[in-house]
Ligand binder design. Structure first.
Ligand SMILES: [Zn+2]
Ligand SMILES: [Zn+2]
Length: 267
């Protein structure tokens, strides 16, 4: 059986500055990966279709629009209130600081409200290592970062896409994706220019050169693999964009993601 997988890219909009540090990936309209642009980057009707948010890790640029999003989808519509909670999926190490800091003082506790109903339900990914949502198996896998962080592989028997947010460099980090069924799309971060390689290593981020080393095994199998780059640090965006352009002969399917980009795959 074939089924479509559509990805819409939402970046902080209007972008604070060139580089779009906060990116949210919308899968088939109802699953979001990260929540850094889940409110400002989407129309209200698009926000209201989302039922699941997959969190890569607990850094603010990846989750800071969660409160506004919940406010937007919890209220309004025909009945005025939606009592069906949004499902937040993350590792316990990511959910705990969200619960303790974001919803434990900076915003009403939407997980355990004193009044009304919970607009958010949290699920530990470790307890469900292969999640089934929207007809896809979703497998979290570890990346290298300053806090526990995962990427997500969306797969069916005859096709897959991988979405990664923050990751540092470790040799062979992506080699397990060689075994993914027909990888069609890969979202990756590049944050710093090549001259800051040491800084990038220490902070769990990538430069264009480190990125290329990680994806070369995948490109040798699929030279035209579509790869979408995000998370450019705005202060270095112009320099990083030039270095990314220089990689295009090695990775012809490479592009820097922009707000509103859409990808469609038929598996
Ligand atoms: Zn991070
Ligand atoms: Zn980040």
């Amino acid at each position: 059986m074939k089924s479509a997988l559509r990805i819409k890219i939402a970046c902080s909009h209007p972008p604070a500055s060139r580089g779009h540090l906060s990116t949210t990936f919308i899968i088939n309209g109802e699953i979001a990966v990260d929540a850094g642009a889940i409110a400002s980057g989407l129309a209200l009707r698009e926000q209201r279709r989302i039922r699941h948010v997959l969190l890569t890790h607990a850094h603010l640029d990846h989750l800071h629009e969660l409160p506004q999003f919940l406010d937007n989808v919890q209220t309004g519509g025909r009945s005025g209130l939606s009592i069906k909670p949004i499902c937040l999926h993350g590792e316990a190490a990511a959910l705990e600081p969200v619960s303790r800091h974001l919803f434990g003082g900076l915003w009403p506790d939407v997980l355990r409200p004193a009044i009304g109903f919970a607009s958010l339900a949290a699920f530990d990914l470790r307890k469900r290592p292969a999640l089934s949502l929207g007809g896809f198996k979703i497998r979290p896998f570890r990346t290298v970062h300053r806090v526990p962080t995962v990427g997500f592989l969306f797969e069916r028997t005859n096709g897959s896409v991988a979405i990664l947010a923050d990751t540092g460099y470790r040799e062979g980090l992506l080699d397990h994706l060689l075994g993914a069924p027909r990888l069609r799309f890969l979202a990756m971060e590049i944050s710093y220019p090549n001259r800051l390689e040491r800084w990038a290593l220490d902070h769990g981020h990538l430069t264009p050169r480190q990125f290329l080393r990680l994806v070369e095994p995948l490109l040798s199998r699929r030279p035209r693999l579509q790869i979408g780059i995000h998370h450019l640090k705005p202060a270095f965006a112009a320099e990083v964009l030039r270095e990314i352009s220089a990689l295009r002969s090695r990775a012809p399917g490479l592009r820097v993601l922009r707000h509103g980009d859409r990808f469609f795959f038929n598996f």
